[in-house]
Design a protein around this ligand. Structure first.
Ligand code: ADP
Ligand code: ZN
Length: 701
């Protein structure tokens, strides 16, 4: 058995992390106990470490089965930058390349070997001659025709457990429905696998559904409010990805289309530009995103309704992997529902696909907390409404909609169920167009009885009447709108109908959208990002594999200036300290010095702070007037104090805090960094207070 301390030190040494995410530790322990494991974790949950870390510590080689060549290359690159020896074998390599890998394996120089299920035959003599430590099967739902991306070659993988009955197998997926889960365990011959089901709740993702009206304008406004944020727009068709990208480009948005029909090299270039933040927005079919782990995707938009909840959740899951707040917007239209119904009719598994589409539609039409619905799909119940979806933020206002319902239903009845939604609404609103006049609908009794309700509002109400079960769309008859048997209750027996006032809610919501502040071009973060990009180009790996954004942000905040400080940063392991520490530390020091060397501007800016101080404003008030951070104002004040200006620093610090800082200075031996104090106080005294305290003490010495 491997000790927990060893497992933890390996996590820091190789991956740079101090703590496990939920379930990672128990999964790893379970592997060391020799169990088979089935891991269900949402996208971004941190599945890879669950088999990569044991692979490092176990004797022998870990075989990883993964469906996509791009994904394999990515993972191998990532492992290599962390100092873990890994390789992949597939049919795209030359015999010579493969031979080199086999040689390394024979010399026990490789800890993880990736392969596609189609390439199992390449592994045969490794199976015969090497010690296999662990078998990992990534994207394991591909084995199940219940799942949403079935891969026939996966069905051969049951062979592995038969051949190696004593070697632990770990199967991983983000698809959680129960039928698929059981199917995976059975087909892989691991019926006794310990199941680890992580929470699917990604609290940092805001969920929002909007009606698909004037989508392009909505999207342009959305992006304009977030000028520096990366995002993905998923479209149903290749054509749509191109049209959307063109329209965004015409509005000066840095957007590119991405789909399987684009030349392979161009596609890789687009993907790389997106990863490196030189392309802001990708308009893509679902082909995009599978193989990338860009952690700072800040938003995901679905231009079209996805065909099932698994796919939808996986796609929105690509936002906010770094755990920071991220937006998701789904545009909902009946035109898409109709299209997807057709696709489902032509698929192999008609009933399953249609049922899944129904659940997707229920989610999009929801009038109660969306996260509850989403999580319940994955078998997870939450008690409280989430507070971070559009329904929670703007609960629908219900009103007595009986008259509206009666008008709608009687219009459908008068048209004898022969017309689609659009025409029914036109009749209700008394539209004067060719369809109406050609068919003589201006003479129908319900013509023009509800002009006071806008077209869009009508569409909302119709959707609600469909969801309430009074109307249905006959998809096989050109989408004609028909009455159901329940409609009689409303039409003839005065049944009350409650409708939600969604349109009003939407207006309020649009007003509430908050703008995020633009990141400064001259910030340390930006400088570190540039450095990361140039290293990534030299090494031909994606930038996020050098360090992710969260790691760069921490460097910006903490400003590590020595190896000891650098290794403390989350995401910095031993190999990365050795390879990149020097360059990053140098950049941080250079940046800090430059900032100190700009006396003129700084002098002016502190002068303004001084004027406001003399007018009796508090730090918070000065910060507000000057639109600067309070810490910046504090640093001005300290500087003015140092220059001998008449400043009463004691106004800004509690006597007890000052005493604590005095003692800490003594105990810690007058350290160079504020961080040393900050940590000594276990973060109880903020940086700004420490700074003021040290300024006062500086005068005492
Ligand atoms: P999944 O395969 O489940 O989608 P990944 O294995 O790609 O997720 O991990 C998602 C992100 O989370 C990666 O950037 C990874 O480095 C990071 N990560 C994984 N485990 C941890 C951890 N214990 N602490 C911090 N970050 C982690
Ligand atoms: Zn909610």
């Amino acid at each position: 058995m491997i000790a927990l301390t060893k497992i933890k030190s390996t996590l820091k040494e190789y991956f740079g992390y101090d703590q496990f995410r939920p379930l990672q530790e128990e999964i790893i322990q379970s592997i060391f106990e020799g169990n088979d494991n089935l891991v269900i974790m949402p996208t971004g949950g941190g599945k890879s470490i669950c088999f990569q870390l044991p692979a490092i510590l176990l004797d022998g080689i870990t075989i990883v089965i993964s469906p996509l060549i791009a994904l394999m290359k990515d993972q191998v690159d990532g492992l290599t930058t962390n100092g873990i020896s890994a390789a992949y074998i597939n049919s795209s390599q030359t015999e010579l390349e493969q031979q080199e890998i086999y040689t390394k394996i024979a010399a026990n120089e490789i800890k993880l070997l990736y392969s596609a299920p189609e390439s199992l035959s390449y592994l045969e003599h490794i199976f015969t001659n090497q010690k296999i430590s662990l078998i990992a099967i990534d994207e394991a739902h591909c084995i199940s025709s219940w799942g949403h991306d079935f891969r026939p070659a996966y069905t051969n993988l049951g062979y592995l457990k038969k051949r190696f009955p004593t070697i632990p197998v770990i199967a991983l997926t983000a698809t959680a429905d129960k039928a698929t889960r059981e199917d995976i365990a059975n087909q892989l011959n691991i019926p006794n696998a310990t199941q680890h089901i992580a929470s699917f709740d990604r609290k940092n993702l805001k969920l929002e559904v909007r009606p698909a009206n004037d989508r392009i304008t909505q999207i342009i406004n959305f992006i304009d409010e977030r000028p520096n944020e990366s995002g993905i727009i998923y479209c149903l068709s290749r054509k749509a990805t191109e049209t959307v990208a063109e329209k965004l480009q015409a509005s000066n948005i840095n957007a590119m289309a991405y789909h399987a029909g684009i030349n392979h090299d161009i596609r890789s270039q687009i993907q790389e530009d997106f990863i490196n933040d030189t392309c802001q927005v990708i308009c893509a079919t679902i082909a995009f995103g599978m193989g990338i782990d860009k952690s700072n995707v800040r938003w995901v938009i679905h231009y079209n309704l996805p065909k099932n909840i698994e796919g939808y959740y996986q796609e929105i899951g690509r936002a906010g992997r770094d755990g920071l707040p991220s937006n998701t917007v789904l545009f909902h239209s009946y035109a898409d529902v109709i299209q997807l119904q057709k696709f489902a009719q032509n698929s192999g598994n008609v009933e399953v696909q249609l049922a899944k589409l129904d659940r997707m539609k229920e989610y999009a039409d929801a009038l109660s907390c969306r996260r509850k619905i989403l999580l319940s799909y994955f078998g997870e119940l939450i008690r409280e409404d989430c507070g971070n979806c559009d329904v929670c933020k703007n609960p629908p206002q219900f009103f007595d909609g009986t008259i509206i319902a009666q008008k709608a239903l009687s219009a459908v009845a008068r048209l004898e169920g022969q017309e689609p939604i659009g025409t029914v609404i036109d009749v209700l609103r008394g539209a004067q167009n060719n369809t109406i006049f050609d068919k003589g609908y201006q003479h129908v009794k319900t013509y023009g009885i509800a002009k006071d309700i806008s077209w869009l509002d009508w569409k909302q109400y119709m959707t609600q009447l469909i969801n309430l079960g009074y109307l249905e769309i006959a998809f096989h008859e050109n989408n004609k709108l028909k009455l159901t048997e329940f409609a009689k209750d409303v039409l003839f027996h005065g049944k009350k109908v409650d409708l939600a006032n969604l349109v009003e809610a939407k207006k309020i919501q649009e007003k509430q959208t908050v703008k995020t502040p633009k990141a400064s071009k001259n910030s340390l973060f930006e400088r570190l990002r540039q450095l990361r990009l140039s290293i990534a180009r030299d090494e031909e790996v994606p930038a996020y594999q050098i360090f992710n954004d969260a790691t760069l942000k921490e460097m910006e905040n903490v400003r590590p200036m020595s190896d000891e400080e650098f290794i403390q940063i989350s995401g910095v392991g031993k190999r990365k300290l050795e390879n990149y520490g020097y360059q990053f530390i140098k950049e941080i020091i250079a940046f800090t010095k430059e900032k100190e060397k700009k006396p003129k501007r700084k002098g002016e800016t502190t002068k303004k702070t001084y004027e406001l101080y003399q007018q009796g404003l508090s730090i918070a008030e000065i910060a507000q007037v000057r639109k600067l951070a309070e810490t910046t104002i504090f640093s001005h004040i300290s500087k003015l104090y140092d220059e001998g200006k008449d400043i009463d620093l004691m106004r800004f610090i509690d006597k007890n805090d000052l005493q604590s800082i005095r003692e800490a200075k003594e105990t810690l031996g007058n350290p160079d960094t504020l961080k040393a104090y900050f940590e000594h106080f276990e973060e109880a005294i903020p940086y700004s207070t420490i700074r003021v305290g040290l300024t006062i003490l500086g005068k005492e010495d």
